[in-house]
Write a new protein. Sequence first.
Length: 136
Amino acid sequence: MGLRRKRARIAGEIERLEQKAAPLRESLAQVDALLRLFEGGDPELIPAIKPAPRCLFFRHGEQQRLCLAALREAQGPQTARWVAEWAMGAKGLLPAPWAVRNVFISNMRTALKRLEKRGLVRRVMREPEGWWEVCN
């Protein structure tokens, strides 16, 4: 009985995904026809771009804005862990389980590294944990 239910669920999920994919296939066929018409060549040779996974907690650009706001409010170097705690408080997600905290900390480290590449923050200490501050 359990295997039948499992199979029915999997088949239903496949059917749902195929229904979702049908309009995308139609759009792709139209774009392929236009490419053949105007540019020539084989559109099948164009590699697919896989969509990047979306973060559940942040809108586009929100991580970096929160990092900058946290470091400006701190008025001195802070760890990514502290920045993550500040961001969770700003988003009203405290108290949060450790799994969520770890995701936030990882996301904040990534955002801080991106900000460092743009020259907006700098790492003042690397070991044992990175400390960050806003560049003036």
